[in-house]
Design a binder for this molecule. Structure first.
Ligand code: 3H9
Length: 694
């Protein structure tokens, strides 16, 4: 490109000329968020185009990794700075000269709204587009809910706005969201496109179109059908419904009225607690990737090949993460049958994904082609990272790590997928404890986003950095945890489980406890979870030794869903119903232990099963087992389905007020007995009026 005349400016927005096309460039790293300076710059650039007769068309583009990735989230909650994004988008759309958006990277949220304000959109093939506001508890508030259905159709707009998922440039092109897909130099193509369209009038303004609304106008029932089809997914969340309402307004009302509805709905969400929690969580997730006390110049170790020991459910799931990311895996088992079974399950899982259209047959073969099954331990020797995923038994783990120490090449990272055991004890059996780390995947490991990276006392900084970076590569959200029983997640599960079980004896039913948790927003309650995971997990396997309700259930084969019976009875479609047998067992135990049964109210369940988790989280913090309170929240949202609209247990506790949590726990202290002790940190913070999170 030649004849560029730069306008000197300190604004993140600069303009240059290519013939009669004004090129407007944003340079606001890292993601070109639409902060105040960018908004001002965009309006000034459009004014420049309007005021200069020699300008016949405009191209808006971004430097760096991406087109505008949305409004600047750090501005939310602060006093508004003019111009507002809706004004900026309107200014662009009202420009009397054609404006072309040149999209690369991810055009998200307000970024896509800017693109929708432009009269034409050109994108490179690997660009992605989306309106992720719903993930922040919001809706696209700069005209997006009104323009998107007009450009992409009502159904597509409903899907995009309520899921927040990105669509590929190709799919966006298919629905009319992109006018032209290009290869190579984006700016050159965008300028050429601008030249092509510069004389076309009237300008295609998204807000004036309504041909794609006709179908929904003729059949407004589509909104209720959409609500019904997604009711489960939206349960508890406020933002999806507000998004639907705004799109409904786009269909039912003229544009000028629809945007007023959009604004009102947006402001309602913005001032609510859910959106505050979800915005907090956005930053919590990103903060989790940062490791304290690591030298700045620490470099990761290269990981080109991964070894996995154990081809069971866990080992197979773990392997799939790496295979899907294009990293070869050698998987070891003790015998051929187990190896074949494990690799067979992996293939079946991939094929199931392909049958849902989320993978091509070719991708399945490519992933499976990266897998080397072996019965020979020595085949693991040249792996850069090895993850052990066998029984949760210290002796077995120690044996494996002794063998690994013998065969693995120097510098290889030795990881254990243990969910409870002491990483330092495992590391101490090797001659290289600095290379040992915990990588605690959550089941099903190929699906669950969370990875606890367990930092041993002697784990080397570069091992930690490698683990965190690798996690991102395999699309996990990693959180650093210290060495303690159950690390962050499972450790907090323990007080909840203890109190939930005691509540049964004291008069609650599994259904009541589970209902309270589900109403709170958890995907399932403690007893539903036990039935799903297996009541027999951690059972001593001696049917004659019955010391608690769990032992009693296991002794009569009530191991959970896999046996058709656990805390609940299950029919052949795995639908649960309350079990009279279980009720009898509970009552017998209560009688045997001299527990007087009484009416338990829901509040007591909250205090004894959720407040105790907060207390445990506070202990984890005071012991330094989590780096920050927000990391605990990330573990619970991604590992256990804590409702993100409540931010996580520590954010939730803050929003309830710590004195209220302490009061509730004090009310229950006597009932909880020696199973409970207060966290000093919780008491201190409550007393000083402080919070765990900011
Ligand atoms: C909106 O647009 C509302 C409008 O409809 C209406 C307004 C009236 N703002 O994720 P990364 C930071 S709502 C401020 O690690 P990646 C992020 O915190 C917005 N900061 O990179 C991080 O900082 P740090 C709708 C932001 O390459 C750094 O950038 N848009 C924003 O893995 C790198 O981020 C969204 O929700 C932002 N909007 O992924 C999109 N975005 O380095 C949110 C990022 O200090 N963003 N940062 O930790 C994303 O989804 C991803 O960042 C993206 C890049 C895919 C773009």
């Amino acid at each position: 490109m030649t004849d560029v005349i730069d306008t000197p400016t300190i604004s993140p927005i600069s303009t240059s000329r290519h013939g009669d096309v004004l090129i407007v460039t944003s340079n606001n790293p890292p993601v070109n968020a639409l902060g105040a300076a960018v908004r001002r710059g965009l309006v000034a650039a459009i004014e420049e185009a309007e005021g200069d007769d020699s300008v016949k068309a405009v191209v808006i583009r971004c430097e760096g990794q991406t087109f505008f990735a949305g409004a600047d989230i750090t501005e939310f909650g602060k006093p508004p700075v003019m111009p507002w994004l809706p004004t900026v988008v309107d200014t662009i759309e009202n420009c009397s000269k054609p404006v072309v958006a040149a999209i690369h990277g991810t055009a998200l949220g307000g970024g896509l709204e800017v693109a929708l304000g432009c009269h034409y959109r050109v994108a490179v093939r690997d660009a992605r587009l989306g309106v992720p506001e719903v993930k922040l508890g919001l809706l696209p508030g700069a005209g997006g809910t009104q323009r998107l259905p007009r450009v992409a159709g009502v159904q597509k707009a409903l899907e995009m706005c309520t899921s927040g998922a990105m669509v590929s440039a190709k799919d966006a092109c298919a629905v009319g969201l992109i006018d032209r897909l290009v290869d190579g130099e984006l700016v050159q193509h965008a300028v050429a496109y601008a030249e092509e369209v510069k004389n076309i009038r009237p300008l295609p303004r998204s807000s004036e179109r309504d041909e794609k609304l006709a179908e929904a106008r003729a059949n407004p029932a589509i909104f209720d059908e959409f609500r019904k089809a997604n009711a489960r997914k939206f349960r508890g969340f406020e933002a999806p419904e507000a998004n639907i309402k705004a799109i409904e307004a786009a269909v039912a009302k003229p544009y000028a009225e629809g945007v007023i509805d959009e604004r009102n709905l947006f402001m309602g969400l913005m001032s609510g607690t859910q959106s505050r929690a979800q915005q907090y969580f956005f930053f919590a997730e990103r903060k989790a990737a940062k490791i304290d006390n690591i030298p700045d110049d620490t470099k990761p170790r290269p990981v080109k090949k991964v070894g996995v020991i154990g081809a069971g459910t866990m080992g197979g799931g773990i392997s799939m993460n790496f295979l899907s990311a294009g990293i070869p895996v050698t998987i070891f088992e003790m015998n051929q049958e187990a190896l074949d079974r494990g690799t067979g399950v992996m293939r079946k899982n991939y094929e199931a994904t392909a049958s849902k259209g989320r993978m091509t047959g070719e991708q399945v073969e490519r992933a499976m082609g990266l897998l080397t099954p072996t019965l020979d331990f020595a085949d693991l020797a040249d792996c850069d990272l090895i993850i052990e995923a066998v029984f949760e038994q210290m002796d077995v783990k120690k044996d494996i790590f002794t063998r690994l120490d013998e065969v693995m090449k120097p510098g290889a990272i030795l990881a254990s997928n243990t969910s409870y055991l002491n990483i330092d004890e495992i590391a101490a059996i090797t001659s290289r404890p600095e290379d040992v780390v915990g990588l605690h995947f959550f089941s099903p490991a190929n699906i669950m986003k969370l990875l606890e990276v367990v930092r041993g006392a002697r784990t080397a900084p570069d091992v930690l950095i490698t683990a965190m970076q690798l996690a991102k590569k395999i699309r996990k959200v990693a959180v650093v945890a210290g060495v303690c029983h159950g690390f962050i997640g499972n450790r907090m599960l323990m007080p909840r489980q203890i109190e939930a079980t005691k509540l049964l004896l004291e008069g609650a039913t599994p259904e009541q406890v589970d209902r309270v948790h589900v109403e709170f927003g958890m995907p399932m309650g403690p007893f539903q979870m036990a039935d799903l995971a297996g009541v027999d997990i951690g059972w001593h396997r001696d049917p004659s030794r019955i010391e608690n309700v769990r032992d009693a259930l296991c002794a009569i084969d009530r191991w959970g869903q896999k046996k058709g019976a656990g805390f609940y009875d299950y029919d052949d479609k795995r639908r649960p119903s309350p079990s009279p047998v279980v009720q009898q067992i509970i009552e017998d135990f209560a009688a045997k232990q001299g527990v007087t049964r009484r009416q338990i109210d829901d509040e007591e369940i909250v205090e004894r099963t959720l407040y105790t988790m907060v207390n445990e989280g506070a202990k984890i913090l005071e012991e330094g087992m989590a780096q920050r309170a927000s990391d605990i929240d990330v573990v619970w949202v991604y590992g256990y389905g804590w409702p993100v609209y409540r931010g996580g247990p520590m954010f939730w506790a803050d929003s309830q007020g710590l004195p209220k949590i302490v009061e509730g726990l004090k009310r229950q202290e006597q009932r909880m007995g020696s199973d409970f002790s207060f966290s000093r940190l919780l008491l201190d913070k409550a007393e000083k009026g402080e919070k765990f999170t900011r």
